[in-house]
Ligand binder design. Structure first.
Ligand code: IVH
Length: 688
């Protein structure tokens, strides 16, 4: 120690504070952006508190970029206006016609560049179109000094206080970043964060948000930064605003993609889904691929964006009015639309479950025309308080059943009445009861109820079960309503005349059905078991049971504790299987089906032993590099493991891919081991 230090403890503290800031910055980047933390959370907290203590002692040494300054500041009366140094433009939306929007864009770019069909393909970058709100982040001398909304493109609002709370946004940049740097990107809310926020709002008796984008916008425009800090936001960068020019020492890039890689190296979150693409065909493929992934992502996107990769070509193409000629948005079909409720029906399911269904004025949403939306059960219907005549937002995502998101209360007609669940089955008139602790009302009519009989037949005949091709709901309605079929075995007693005499049934079709029935007799044990429609026995459980026992009789006679030994079976499922086979009429159905010639190869019981993953529970999060979610799940289950939806202390491993979110945080919080795809594959091979 030099003599000078003895007299200058302040400067020791200053150095320590600088070092702490650096360590905390590095760690936050690894945690929030790279997803590869190297410091235990408790250690991070300790260092954070140490820095806070030092800052309390030396308030004059607090810097704007200190990690302690993410949350703070007083509530504002209003946001200050910010004039953007470079206007924030919008982009044109390319709509599909006979040609894909991607092809139209490529054709336009080529025409404007004066290229002929024989010229080489243009290099593009394709990115998701994040569904949040645009943000301009300004760094001066590598410190975040201002965050502003887009506003009208010329003037936005200063929301710096709120944006600082976003862990993924660096408060300071490394030394190779230029003196002035404005990055642009999208602030959004992840779906799981959105759900959690709405749960919290509901518990607190406060208003919930319609969708993640509204929630994100509300958080960004929250005047009290303490509240904003509790609204979990995320960020992806996609472009630049004002930057120190090259002649003043600023960066030089040849392509958009290269620029994005640099931004990534400076600590900004860049989506893994940002990809280079050559020419129209690769843009078309990208659009399709992202469309398929859309529902499984942890956040909403409303399309993709194509950008000419070469910055020189971008300059050459320039702008038309407020839009660049070198970029377009190519949207996916809207997943949410407005429509009106024409009525509320109650449908009866296979197990007697009564489901209220809103009948809607037809509306095109998520790529199809929707006329029905499930209201799930009484509680949900009440919570959303959907009434006949209401104007509602309907949502349809992928294969998911359309849903009513919310009601526009200001459009409600005065004389509307609240929905109540009928106490009688609307089909057979039997009592409808709601058992203690259950959300659903059930018709107690059992197979006396024609709705349940119909559903049982359709379930048995579906492709994933015993598969009777051509036996759809129209035909089942006819057969059951005419009293021709009452039980599953009746199917195999159908004669040509009975079928051909049905309305709208040609001889040829009747014969096709008979052929399909004949063909369906050769089945497999898992398909047959699944087809019986035992409550809680889905395809996976049916497979596990078949593998474990090998023979149907062994399953039918197994006591509950023996059933419990099956990988996929817990107490509720075991009880349900036992109850099903304890009923004489169910055993009778099985015997008659066999007597009608339904058969399957029976096997030997599997040795209970050592599958590589037995006894282990996995939770999947994020996008894995090569395995799809269903694929990963199937592999884990085939190796004896279980896949759960949420992380708890019982979780053995969390398998995390790109864009992993709160499940990963939860795993860290609980100290659950985290695997990547390669490690999972090793375990599947029996390597761990
Ligand atoms: S580029 C000059 N890329 O879409 C080009 N915009 O622009 C500027 N958006 O509200 C936009 N994802 O916030 C670009 N990957 C992406 C984007 C994206 C979402 C938003 C942006 C703006 C709107 C249209």
């Amino acid at each position: 120690m030099t003599p000078l230090d003895l007299f200058a403890p302040e400067s020791d503290d200053a150095a320590l504070m600088a070092q702490l800031r650096q360590t905390l910055h590095d760690h936050a980047h690894r945690y929030y952006v790279l997803d590869t933390p190297t410091l235990p959370d408790a250690e991070y907290d300790r260092l954070f508190r140490q820095l806070q203590a030092l800052e309390a002692r030396h308030p004059e040494l607090i810097t704007q970029d200190s990690p302690t300054q993410r949350v703070g500041g007083k509530p504002l009366d209003q946001f200050a206006q910010v004039r953007h140094a470079v206007p924030m433009l919008s982009i044109r939306t390319e709509t599909d016609t006979q040609a894909s929007g991607a092809e139209l864009f490529d054709a336009r770019v080529r025409r404007e560049l004066g290229l002929s069909p024989t010229d080489p393909a243009i290099g593009y970058v394709a990115e998701p179109k994040f569904d949040g709100l645009a943000m301009n982040l300004r760094y001066e001398q590598r410190v975040l000094v201002q965050a502003a909304t887009r506003g009208d493109g010329e003037v936005g609002e200063d929301v710096t206080q709120n944006i600082r709370t976003i862990g993924q946004i660096p408060l300071r940049l490394p030394l190779d970043a230029p003196a002035v740097l404005e990055v642009r990107g999208e602030v959004y809310m992840r779906r799981d964060d959105f759900e959690a926020l709405n749960d919290k709002q509901r518990l607190a008796g406060q208003k919930t948000f319609v969708n993640p984008r509204n929630a994100a916008a509300g958080a960004v425009r929250q005047l009290d930064p303490a509240i904003a800090a509790q609204r979990p936001l995320s960020f992806y960068v996609y472009g630049l605003g004002a930057v120190t020019p090259p002649d003043a020492g600023g960066p030089v890039w040849q392509t958009h993609f290269e620029m994005m890689q640099t931004l990534k190296s400076w600590g900004f979150p860049v989506s893994e889904m940002v990809k280079c693409a050559q020419g129209a065909p690769e843009l078309v493929a990208y659009y399709a691929a992202i469309g398929r992934q859309r529902d499984g992502l942890g956040f909403d996107i409303d399309g993709v964006v194509y950008k000419v990769n070469s910055l020189a070509l971008q300059r050459q193409l320039g702008f038309v009015t407020r839009e660049p000629r070198w970029a377009v948005a190519h949207k996916f079909p809207a997943q949410e639309m407005l429509t009106t409720v024409l009525g509320i029906d109650v449908q009866v399911g296979r197990t007697g479950k009564l489901t209220p269904v809103a009948k809607l004025a037809p509306v095109f949403v998520g790529g199809v025309t929707v006329t029905n939306a499930t209201l799930h059960n009484e509680d949900e219907a009440r919570r959303k308080d959907v009434r006949v005549g209401d104007t509602v937002i309907v949502r349809r995502a992928g294969d998911v059943i359309p849903e009513v998101v919310s009601v526009l209360l200001d459009k409600r007609v005065d004389e509307s009445v609240q929905f109540t669940m009928p106490r009688q089955c609307p089909v057979c008139g039997s009592a409808a009861v709601r058992e203690e602790g259950e959300a659903d009302y059930r018709c107690t009519g059992g197979l006396f109820c024609s709705a349940q009989r119909k559903q049982a037949l359709l379930h048995f005949a579906q492709r994933r079960a015993v598969e009777v091709e051509g036996l759809g709901d129209k035909l089942v309605d006819q057969l059951v309503d005419a009293g021709i079929i009452n039980t599953l075995p009746d199917l195999y007693r159908l004669g040509f005349t009975a079928l051909a005499n049905l309305a709208r049934m040609a001889d040829k079709s009747a014969q096709n059905i008979l052929d399909a029935l004949e063909k369906s007799k050769q089945t497999t044990l898992p398909r047959f078991l699944f087809g019986l429609g035992i409550r809680h026995v889905g395809e996976a459980t049916a497979k596990a049971l078949a593998r474990h026992f090998g023979k149907l009789d062994a399953i039918m006679d197994a006591p509950e504790d023996v059933l419990l030994a099956v990988a996929d079976v817990g107490p509720i499922v075991a009880n349900s299987i036992r109850t099903f086979f304890d009923q004489a009429h169910n055993r009778e159905v099985v015997e008659q089906l066999r007597a009608c010639g339904v058969t399957w190869p029976e096997g030997e019981p599997a040795p209970v032993a050592a599958q590589p993953l037995s006894g282990q529970t996995f939770v999947l999060t994020g996008t894995l590099p090569t395995l799809g979610r269903e694929e990963a799940k199937a592999l884990i289950e085939a190796a004896g493991g279980k896949v759960a939806g949420s992380v708890s202390k019982k979780t053995s491993f969390v398998v995390a891919g790109a864009e992993a979110g709160s499940k990963l945080d939860k795993a860290r919080e609980l100290g659950v081991a985290v695997l990547d795809e390669d490690q999972l594959k090793e375990m599947l091979d029996g390597g761990a």
